[in-house]
Design a protein around this ligand. Structure first.
Ligand code: 8X3
Length: 249
């Protein structure tokens, strides 16, 4: 029987690539803020598997718990949670950064991940092969200038991954942390508030990762034998060696 995967941030980037990658072999619950995009991806992937979509913003605690509660019993048999929703707002020195941007990153990347996890873990406890995959970042392992709060939010994800691994051990729920480097998605466009030139510049002079590359990693983590738990993976493009060191042509 196909396992059921719950993916947040499934309407773009790594989340959407992961949904597409997993569709042939898993049932999908796809979550996002944008109903039109959810409808599009549902139409495409329901040719391959059963798909359920849930529209909510991970920042909205009531909406998160309400959406999970609204699932029919048949969809409450969730085996895998992929905490992918997250983004960066601005790249500015801490003293000058917009406070609302900093709050948004904590609200989405940290509190949102906590809300979704708290809503889904009771369901994962009923699965005999449960797995949580948290999307962190190289920014969770290293701090770079102008990224203090984004890096702090991803460092929190790293700690949440480790802490969940401890606490969910008695329930047999695996927890994996995935830390990508530069992935070309809408990430930089969101970070730079729609400034296309600035966003494109991030990925110039080398071949960045694509969402699909991280989807491949996630599929690999899920495909391990039942007793194997890969705790942590960092994935860079070939031209990247750390958070801030790139070889650009
Ligand atoms: C995104 C990667 O290097 O822009 O999390 O922080 S980076």
């Amino acid at each position: 029987m196909k396992r059921t995967v719950f993916i947040t941030g499934a309407t773009s980037g790594i989340g959407m690539a992961t949904a597409k990658k997993l569709a042939p072999n898993y049932r999908l619950i796809l979550c996002g803020r944008r109903q039109d995009r959810l409808d599009e991806i549902e139409e495409e992937l329901s040719k391959l598997t059963e798909v359920k979509t849930l529209q909510f913003d991970v920042r909205d605690k009531t909406a998160v718990f309400g959406a999970v509660e609204s699932l029919e019993n048949d969809w409450k048999t969730i085996d895998i949670l992929i905490n992918n929703a997250g983004n960066a707002h601005g790249l500015a020195s801490f003293d000058e950064a917009d406070l609302e941007d900093l709050e948004a990153m904590i609200d989405i990347n940290v509190k949102g991940l906590i809300y979704v996890s708290k809503a889904i873990i009771p369901l994962l406890k009923n699965s005999s092969n449960a797995h949580i995959i948290n999307l962190s970042s190289i920014a969770g392992k290293e701090v770079y200038p102008n990224g203090a709060t984004y890096c702090a939010s991803k460092a929190a994800v790293e700690s949440l991954s480790k802490g969940m691994r401890y606490d969910l051990l008695p329930f047999g729920i695996k927890v994996s942390n995935v830390a990508p480097g530069a992935v070309e998605t809408e990430f930089s466009l969101v970070r730079f508030k729609g400034d296309q030139d600035r966003a494109e510049n991030v990925y110039k002079g080398y071949e960045p990762l694509a969402g699909e590359d991280i989807a491949n990693t996630i599929e690999y983590l899920l495909n391990q034998p039942e007793h194997v738990q890969i705790a942590d993976v960092t994935v860079f493009p070939k031209a990247q060696a750390s958070g801030a060191v790139f070889f650009k042509k």
